[in-house]
Design a protein around this ligand. Structure first.
Ligand code: OOG
Ligand code: MG
Length: 256
């Protein structure tokens, strides 16, 4: 088995068993970002082979708050599957995760494919709807510590997504207030402008990055634009709610 296949298998197993694994880069300093994306693809292919279905793309590290929290300052993307969907208003099981965190985000629903170098206007024309959303991230690496290459190989920590109700995208969503509440207490505040200055820029970046991997964003796909604030830890018993001005709110609970 070559080393990239081995890394993919290790990360996939770590995710399935909710058991942390050591970082790759300290032991393999030659590991490149391009190889890391290959590992990501190989590990998601294992999910698809088990019957999961691709539903879209996530962008990560598209806000300063997120870059600072994890010490990686370059945007990255990951692959979303149907098994990661958490129904809005439902309870997720803490036991399925290593050390989960939550991020308020917004999601795009695509009505037309998008790929390559596109303008913001072209990207917007391909959007069917936008929704308030949360991502549950769960690094498979010990202590939630990683370099860019590690986190890319680990499908950018993607673990779950919760999507609120879909809104017409033809309103100005460039600078909407966002709050994240846990048990009714506001724990993070931000603005959609935290996402690269305008969330549409994240979609433009996603189109370019997936094209580099020979993919396109498909019609019907969901694109997660990236965390707006730093991501707090999740704990059993919490009720978590994100509210995006004009778009509505989205919630879930954490049970054992
Ligand atoms: C990396 C993934 C970051 C986002 O929205 O910025 C991410 C991590 O923080 O584990 O999903
Ligand atoms: Mg995220």
């Amino acid at each position: 088995m070559d080393r990239l296949t081995r890394y993919a298998e290790t990360l996939d197993t770590a995710a399935r068993e909710a058991e942390a694994t050591p970082q790759i880069t300290p032991k393999d300093p030659a590991f490149t970002v391009a190889e890391a994306y290959e590992v990501q693809k190989l590990s998601v292919d294992r999910r698809l082979a088990r019957g999961e279905r691709r539903i879209g793309v996530k962008m990560g590290l598209t806000s300063r708050a997120k870059m600072q929290q994890v010490g990686v300052d370059e945007a990255a993307w990951g692959r979303l599957t149907d098994a990661m969907l958490v129904e809005e208003g439902s309870a997720l099981s803490r036991a399925k995760y290593v050390h989960p965190r939550v991020e308020p985000e917004i999601a795009f629903l695509m009505k037309a494919p998008l790929s390559g170098r596109v303008t913001g206007a072209a990207a917007l024309a391909a959007v069917e709807a936008i929704a308030p959303a949360m991502e549950i991230i769960d690094s498979r690496f010990e202590n939630f510590k990683f370099a860019l290459e590690d986190v890319v190989a680990d499908n950018t920590s993607s673990s779950g997504l919760v999507i609120g109700s879909w809104n017409d995208p033809r309103s100005d969503f460039s600078n909407l207030g966002v709050i994240l509440e846990i048990d009714g207490q506001v724990v993070q505040v931000g603005s959609t402008a935290a996402i690269l200055g305008h969330p549409l820029r994240s979609l433009v970046a996603a189109a370019r990055l997936v094209a580099e991997a020979g993919e396109q964003i498909e019609a019907g796909a969901i694109v997660m634009a990236g965390g707006i604030t730093a991501a707090p830890n999740l704990a059993i018993g919490q009720t978590v709610r994100a509210t995006v001005q004009d778009l509505g709110s989205v919630m879930f609970q954490v049970e054992a």
